[in-house]
Design a protein. Sequence first.
Length: 264
Amino acid sequence: MTVMFCDMKGFTSLSEGVTPSGLVKIMNLYLSTMSAPVHAHRGIIDKYIGDAIMAYWGAPFVEEAEQTHLAALAAIDMIGQVNQLRKDLPELLGVRVIPADCDIRIGIATGEALVGSIGSEFMMSYTVLGDTVNLASRLEGANKFYGSRSLISEATAAACAATIELREIDRLVVMGQTQPVAVFEILGKKDELTPAQTELRQRYADGLAAYRDRRWDDAEQAFAAALAAAPSDGPSIAMKARVAAFRQDPPAADWDGAWHLERK
């Protein structure tokens, strides 16, 4: 299965001071806007959890070979809806502006999952469970630390790399797991990157390689070059700050280049 989690960044500040009817309008617009690409790309919406959307792709609904491609396309379209959502929300609420950090975060993972009707004598739900689901949820949350909109697992990246442009972001040990996993960001459809995106990806890759080799000067220069190509790039900002921290307090001799996320 390929599992996706999506939630709204800035939801708490956006909902503060909003009337109950206004909050309902926000939720309905947001959930409708972000669910439409999932549905259009044949994903199954499992549930809504507050402002979070959980969805999945897999048998018998789609073929195994196309599930990661469809999930990535849905993510691209969801991210593409953010600017329109920012325009629609003020009109919906009758206000001039909304908090600038209104955005989305997406996590996607691919792997084995338990699928079936699960629950109790009071309620049953057809859903998916397992490490793959947990990883997708953790990757969604990990976007907070990188200032990114989408993070996907190595298995997802490997399966959709032929049709989707990706950028390796880091190697992570997410909360609740012990082994590091490479995580990637979805940049767009194959062969549709702008020159700035291509430059960003290359400079970031240079920085990541230098970072893993403990070449802090080279890493800092490469991440600075990445920011010259894309000044607001969250992952480059995060990694540049991490390099600066490691200059002051170098990692242990047995450091494997992986970053441990201690919280969700």
